[in-house]
Design a protein around this ligand. Sequence first.
Ligand code: PLP
Length: 470
Amino acid sequence: MLDLDTTRDRANYSLEDMDRNSLFHPLTPIALHQQNGPKIMAAAQGVRLRDHAGREMLDCSGGLWCVNIGYGRPEIAAAASKAILDLNYWHLFGSSSNEMTIRLADRVLNLLHDHAGARHLKRVFFGTSGSDANDTNYKLVRYYANLRGVPEKRKIISRKGGYHGLTAAAATLTGIEAYHTAWSLPSTDVIHAECPHQYRFGLPGESEAAYCDRLIADIEQIIAREGPETIGAFIAEPIMGTGGVLIPPAGYFERVQKLLDQHDILLIADEVITGFGRTGEWFGSGLFGLKPDLLTLAKGLTSAYFPVSASVVSERIWKVLEAASPEHGPVMHGFTYSGHPVGAAIAMANLDIMESEGMVANSAEVGAYLLENLKARIGDHPYVGDVRGRGLMIGVEFMADRETRKPFAASQNAHRLVANQAVEHGLMVRALPFLEVVAFSPPLCITKSDCDEAVDRFAQALDATTPALR
Ligand code: PLP
């Protein structure tokens, strides 16, 4: 590796060396990166990626669960180009507005009304990442409590395994220890309830109903211990993504919702992954009949062609904010890029494609096909414990001993070895950080024949990794 500071040898300065000498990568072990260098992606089209060395890959990651309509759509480039030439920037501060953002807010509400029965959701606050949208929600829980004269009602119950982002407040909500220790998180205002994943955390012989009882009892105990007057909200992904594609037991959300209503606790549905078709439904809230007071959106809203996120606010919260406004003045929260007109134009074009090409229905149909074929092909593999999912959000969980459900030691990195091997076989999938799970979250335009190829490549990668797992 060349060191620019000492050599200044630009003629021999590779892109890899430039990366090592200039970039600070998120979620990357620095020492290994300096040793091995970056994996540079160069181009993509549809569901196909090509890296800097010219190697082709089938993308079953959708980037970070986010490229919902697939790569390289010229309609998005045209919409972006037009928006830039029309009005490349204007903001929303102090009643300022712009047409594209107005239209996008209206459209998001209509989609939520039509596809999640969420007629109670009334306003959209825009940001640029899932993390900042969850920070907005975190602050809104406090603001709402303060305006109602109950400032102590501000704690938030999250769940172990939940992922809500990595800004300071969002990382606190995230229920995965690896994101906490180095940063002295979480704060005492966030409590993590049990992770709803019976396959891994259920007791031997326990029925699904009994397991669900245990999860609800845990939340009840937290509320009783902390005092309901201190709990402002409960945050949950309808299906946990980064935690391992975890589908809660039957009846879980109905019972959680009841408990929250009983204690006047807000529900925040984090739909950063589950929003916009990933589960085969438009929204996870529709899938589980949730009635969130705050809803977090990002990723699929623009299919990652532009960073846009949203916090959607219910009538119940909005009414309190509106009534308090004459006394309290402006809501002192917002970002330079809240309601960026280019982002909004891209989101609109993205939603046009999603609707006109039936991508949500494709996610349901092709997702079921991929799940079935993965189960058939690798479900009996000695190190595959569970294959599960909904739509195009699928997880494969590995076990050192599938009979006794003994997990691999974290230090073995079993799922990471498989995911790395998959890349060698031309398939991009992601190893997740909480359990030994590899996730499949391809663009929603993936076809059944692409899935056949993905299953073949994954099975080959698994066979090639098996000796290292013994
Ligand atoms: N919430 C959920 C459910 C997520 O999966 C993510 C990211 O993966 C986030 C929030 C954070 O989003 P971002 O990385 O855009 O900040």
